[in-house]
Design a protein around this ligand. Structure first.
Ligand code: ATP
Ligand code: MG
Length: 189
C-alpha cells in the first residue's frame, strides 16, 4: 500500500504571497531595464521575466489550500476598510551584494504602502499565520544570483499608480517560478 508521500502532501499546499504588479507601461520599462542589464553585461545572473516583475507586500509561504480563503477574507476586510491607492516610483537601481540581488528601489516610500503592509501583517497574524519578523524593505527584484561591477543610472524614474493588489501562488517549475494569481483587491483612488 502506498503511504502519503511529500508530493501528495505538496499538492494540498501552495506557496503564496501578496504583491503589487506594475501597470503595462511600467512593466515594459522595467523589463527593458532588465534587458539592458543583460545586454550591457553589467550584471551576470538570472533575469526576472517581465511578466514576473512585482513588488512583494507580504510573503506568506507554504499554506494549506483550504486556508487560501482565510487569506482572501483578510484581504477583503482591508479593502472594505478603504485602503487607498498610491504612486510607486522606482528612482534607482541597487545591488544587494550579500544576496546577489539587483533591484529597483522605491524612492519615497508612500505611507499608504506601509499602511497596507501593516494591515496585512496584522490581519494575517490575527488569523493565525506566522510571518517573518524582518522589517519590510520594499524592492523590485530585477536579477538574482547577480554579480555586478557597475549599475546603470536610470535616465528617468519609472512610475505607476498602484490601484490593486494580488494574492499570488508561486509554482516552482523547471523554467523557474511561475506566478498564478489567486484573487485581487482594489485600492480606493
Ligand atoms: P525564485 O525563488 O525562483 O528565485 P522568487 O524568489 O520570485 O523566484 P518565490 O521564492 O516563490 O519566487 O518568492 C515569491 C516572492 O516572495 C518574491 O518576491 C520573493 O522575493 C519573496 N520572498 C520569497 N521568500 C521570502 C521570504 N522568506 N521572506 C520575504 N520575502 C520572500
Ligand atoms: Mg525565491
Amino acid at each position: 500500500m502506498r503511504t502519503k508521500d511529500s508530493t501528495e502532501i505538496g499538492r494540498r499546499t501552495a506557496r503564496v504571497f501578496f504583491a503589487i504588479w506594475p501597470d503595462s507601461n511600467a512593466q515594459r520599462q522595467l523589463g527593458g531595464l532588465v534587458k539592458r542589464l543583460q545586454l550591457e553585461a553589467l550584471c551576470g545572473g538570472r533575469k526576472t521575466k517581465a511578466e514576473n516583475i512585482h513588488l512583494t507586500l507580504v510573503f506568506v509561504g507554504e499554506v494549506e489550500i483550504d486556508k487560501l480563503e482565510i487569506l482572501c477574507r483578510v484581504a477583503k476586510e482591508i479593502r472594505d476598510s478603504g485602503a487607498r491607492a498610491f504612486d510607486l516610483v522606482v528612482e534607482k537601481i541597487c545591488y544587494w551584494k550579500h544576496k546577489g540581488i539587483v533591484y529597483g528601489e522605491i524612492g519615497r516610500i508612500p505611507q499608504e504602502l506601509m499602511s497596507l503592509v501593516t494591515a496585512l501583517q496584522d490581519g494575517l497574524s490575527h488569523a493565525g499565520f506566522s510571518l517573518e519578523q524582518r522589517a519590510y524593505r520594499p524592492h523590485i527584484t530585477l536579477m538574482r544570483d547577480a554579480s555586478c561591477q557597475t549599475l546603470p543610472e536610470l535616465t528617468e524614474p519609472i512610475a505607476w499608480r498602484a490601484c490593486e493588489w494580488v494574492l499570488v501562488k508561486s509554482e516552482q517549475t523547471s523554467d523557474g517560478s511561475v506566478y498564478v494569481p489567486v484573487d485581487r483587491w482594489s485600492l480606493d483612488s
